[in-house]
Ligand binder design. Sequence first.
Ligand code: BG6
Length: 487
Amino acid sequence: MNEIKSVCDITIFGGHGDLAFRKLMPALYHLSSDGYLDAESRIITATRDQMTNEEHCDIVKLKLQEFLPEKAFDKDKFDRFKKQLHVVIIDFFDDESYSGLKELLTMYPQRDRINYLSTAPDFFGSICKSLSQWELITPQSRVVLEKPIGRDLESSRVINVEVLKYFEESQIYRIDHYLGKDTVQNIMALRFSNRIFMPLWDANNIDHVQITVAESVGVEGRWGYYDEYGAMRDMVQNHLMQLLCLVAMEPPCSLEADSVRDEKVKVLRSLRLMSAADIEQKTVRAQYASGSSNGEAVPGYLEGEGVEESTTETFAALRVDIDNWRWNGVPFYLRSGKRMRQRNSEIVIYFKMIPHSIFANKGKCISQNKLVISLQPKESIHLQLMNKIPGLSEQMRLQQVELELNTPLNMEHKPDAYERLLLDVIRSNPTLFMRLDEVEAAWKWADVILEGWAEDIVPMKSYSAGTDGPSAAVQLIARDGRSWHDE
Ligand code: BG6
């Protein structure tokens, strides 16, 4: 059995929403059956739909069967897990409806209370206010905020100010599930536990960095939400920015939450704010048109939604510059899109070319060394190097080889990002969560671009579903004499 933490009550607001069923419940099911969540801990779902506990458990069972990986659902485990499940009916517009939650929580006043707000951010303030009015916030309470926190710096401030009226900053866990992915955490291990990378990790040795998060799926029934946000707010401002921070940050003085977050925020504050000319030259936004995905015809972003026009981008590509000593002159190319050719998320560090070649063809056969960190669909890390093709040829011939740095996984079940992050909330470890200043610094940088796009500084492009995005993204990097890793 694994380490057991103190007993806690986890309340999920928006508990019958997509995220709760797809990610949170499966994660809690695993934590519970793997012994990380004490059997006495309760998982309280807050929903608007009237139902009994039994009906709620039946729904959770069906959803677990749907969303857990194949063979992971086990009837006996579920029967034990079921005992931890509770439902309360709460209407966020009706303060009185919190009485059921009050009754449940006050049964154990000393317990750690985790409030997971898996709702639209507009409700964050009012939920916290109601929790406070019902005296349900104790020093052992924590609140988890799902992204997006706002649509820009101003609206994110409004939300954060509201939440901060009721919770201390140390009780607030702003989640970015990319930080819970194992390979993402491995970036820190790779960088800070291996001496060989230390002297190479700077502008003297690195030519550029590419960060791609491509999805083959479309907006998956979330059109209403997505159209409000788009690729820049949904992915770039948070997930891609966090990846960039982990690659670019200075070594923190420890793994303490604030040491790590101090270094990340320094990177965010060093991002060069774009001028109108930069936005035109260094950013691309696009929306997918109909095409095909996995061999099947799929509609365009607007088709079937009853709208004729939308200025929401489903693809964004950018060249980002970091103005500090380490990264002076090293571009970071970022790209994210829906309905792309394939699901592929990776970070590629391109090292500079050797200064002079002693090999035939003036070194034309030599490729730059690359460190390829793949997050999806498979998690892996490869270092691409040159070596000699064995044999007696007169002229030495070279080939590119890959050094695989993956750890063989002897785990029956590979934990999902949400498992790691929920466990960190249970353990009160905020290292992998975003601090207020991080969120604000990321918005400050993104706002300039979003405002430029709102003014049409750069036109909206189109790309067919199932492709690598618009040709403008290829031109963006080609202008600097480079190409995307998968081209
Ligand atoms: C979410 C976005 O944060 O991340 C979704 O809101 C996106 O639009 C998802 O699909 C991608 O997560 P992952 O872990 O599947 O890459």
